[in-house]
Design a protein. Structure first.
Length: 568
């Protein structure tokens, strides 16, 4: 059993979404010489989350569908927040999702010399100037959407003075925040982004790739479109918040582009999930304050967190395909994501038995020294998945919740004088219990019908309840981590009056020690494996598991809340 079973099958044919239709039209019209080149441009300042997965599926997916290529380009223009750890994690997550960029790995820092030269050219042409004002002063002068901004008092500097100052900025002569380079466009433009946007700022933190070579770093709006152009990107696909940036993207790109080739920006809606935050700043805060167990905490919406929790690449891609791409923002139900995960795991997860809250059950008429090996299906959804053997003996563990002394009507589990079937085994009947001094049940006594073992003629006798179990003599101890949604409220981003940390779900992680599992689960508890604990849910071994301490993460429960929502 390996992660190979998570590999993507051939996708079912489907219609084109609106982005793919634009690309198809451009190719049909022969734009860019019939070439298609997209890019995925993450900032290496944190781990990727499920929202990035949607962009990855679009950027790489559209290239695959139309026979183009997709670059991976790290937008590493702010060394203060960047780290090689994030670069490595991003690569790993994209590969895990099933995509590859070949030899097309690039960095915005690859283009720092060309970007710097372009900035110098724009200064000489009177299209950019050095501003000595603080960021607060510049913001105050921006104006409003209905009122023009005020020109900087430094806007009239000569090209020679601006070029000298810009060179000295990069030489490290000035403090951070003391000067910026701004494009000279139009302070009265109705588009606020055209009101002399900042092109460069001073940063003296060493860069993870270029070291101390640069003291000025380009802003996103200046670097992004130009990097697209340098790489030959034909379609720059991004999310809706960049719609208002598009005119500025095109303004800067046209400093380089001609009629034969110009990148085209297209926007689609972001992925927003209920009971989740997508702000990388807030996710970083959770990590730094120790409110979660790192970026790959199974409660986090990061790709690495979902991977550790036991989500599969196919389930994430199926979910993204289900919600689709539009030009309208929406809040997607996390239940739909869980449904996609559950649907995929049902098909691939190996079945096994585990008892979370054990109580001992003794079959009084079963020989004390006898053991049997019962045959259990590995996965009834896959007839060729085979079976495994599970030991059966006189003393077993069952779930404490599966027994009641005074049950209500329609309680089809174990109760005094009531019969149930032990899954894959015999029908048993409760004859009594042993209690501790506080009334807690310590042991349950039963008899079994030896003719009712699965596969024997008597096995056709029907009873209403079936319980999972583990042989006490052979049980292996394990720890189980029961994960739930990280936040208590449906839309944490809308709760602007409260600190988002106040909205955390205190029961998002419950750790259960002393869980009893069958030997087969212990023997196959390797990272990346997916199991269904019968009647409980889907689980995967945690990265902290070892031969001395088995730890399983609950990926998801068996109950499907999405299907329930659809039936309302």
């Amino acid at each position: 059993m390996t992660e190979e079973k998570d590999m993507q099958p051939a996708a079912e044919p489907r219609g084109l979404n609106f982005v793919e239709q634009i690309v198809a039209d451009d190719l049909r019209e022969g734009k860019n010489g019939g070439r298609l080149n997209t890019r995925f441009p993450p900032e290496p300042n944190g781990y990727l989350h499920i929202g990035h997965a949607k962009a990855i599926c679009m950027d790489f997916g559209v290239a695959e569908r139309f026979g183009g290529t997709c670059n991976l380009r790290f937008d590493d223009t702010n060394p203060v927040k960047e780290d090689v750890e994030y670069v490595d994690a991003i690569r790993d997550d994209i590969h895990w999702l099933g995509f590859d960029w070949g030899n097309r790995e690039y960095y915005a820092s690859d283009y720092f010399p060309q970007l710097f030269d372009l900035a110098c050219r724009m200064i000489r042409e009177g299209k950019a100037y050095v501003d000595d004002q603080s960021s607060e002063e510049i913001a105050r002068q921006k104006g409003t959407p209905t009122e023009p901004g005020q020109e900087s008092p430094f806007r009239s500097r000569t090209p020679e003075e601006n070029l000298d100052l810009f060179m000295r900025m990069n030489a490290g002569e000035f403090d951070e925040g003391s000067r910026v380079l701004r494009a000279k466009i139009d302070m009265a433009s109705p588009n606020m982004h055209f009101r002399d946007p900042i092109m460069y700022r001073i940063i003296k933190t060493p860069h993870h790739r270029t070291g101390d070579k640069w003291k000025v770093y380009p802003m996103y709006d200046f670097a992004h479109g130009q990097s697209d152009y340098f790489e030959g990107v034909t379609h720059s696909i991004c999310t809706l918040e960049f719609v208002v940036h598009r005119p500025l993207y095109e303004y800067f790109v046209k400093e380089l582009a001609d009629e034969s080739y110009c990148p085209r920006q297209i926007e689609f809606n972001r992925l927003n999930l209920t009971y989740t935050v997508m702000s990388k700043r807030k996710l970083l805060q959770l990590v730094k304050e120790g409110l979660v167990d790192g970026w790959d905490d199974p409660r986090m919406p990061t790709i690495s967190g979902m991977r550790r929790r036991g989500y599969t690449p196919r389930s994430i891609r199926n979910f993204i395909d289900k919600i689709g791409y539009t030009k309208y923002e929406a809040l997607n139900s996390v239940s739909l994501l869980e449904h996609a995960v559950r649907d995929d795991l049902n098909a691939i997860a190996t079945r096994g038995m585990a008892v979370i809250n054990p109580v001992k059950l003794i079959i009084t008429n079963y020989p004390e020294d006898k053991e049997e090996m019962l045959s259990m299906d590995n996965n009834p959804e896959q007839p060729d998945s085979g079976t495994h053997s599970m030991p059966f003996s006189r003393e077993l563990y069952i779930e404490r919740e599966d027994f009641m002394e005074n049950p209500p009507k329609k309680f089809f589990r174990l109760a005094p004088d009531q019969e149930v079937r032990l899954k894959g085994g015999y029908i048993i009947k409760c004859t009594g219990v042993k209690k501790a001094g506080d009334g807690t049940i310590e042991e349950i006594y039963c008899t079994y019908d030896p003719d009712t073992r699965s596969g024997l003629p008597g096995s056709m006798r029907k009873v209403k309840g079936t319980l999972h179990w583990v042989s006490a003599r052979h049980a292996v101890d394990a720890t189980v981590k029961l994960y739930d949604r990280l936040f208590n409220v449906e839309n944490p981003a809308a709760e602007t009056e409260r600190d988002f940390r106040e909205l955390l779900n205190p029961d998002s992680l419950i750790t259960v020690e002393g869980v009893k599992i069958e030997p087969f689960l212990a023997e196959n508890a390797r990272p990346g494996e997916h199991f269904q604990f019968q009647r409980i849910g889907y689980f995967t071994p945690d990265r902290s598991s070892s031969s001395g301490r088995l730890v399983f993460n609950r990926t998801i429960a068996l109950k499907d809340s999405w299907e329930k929502e659809q039936k309302k």
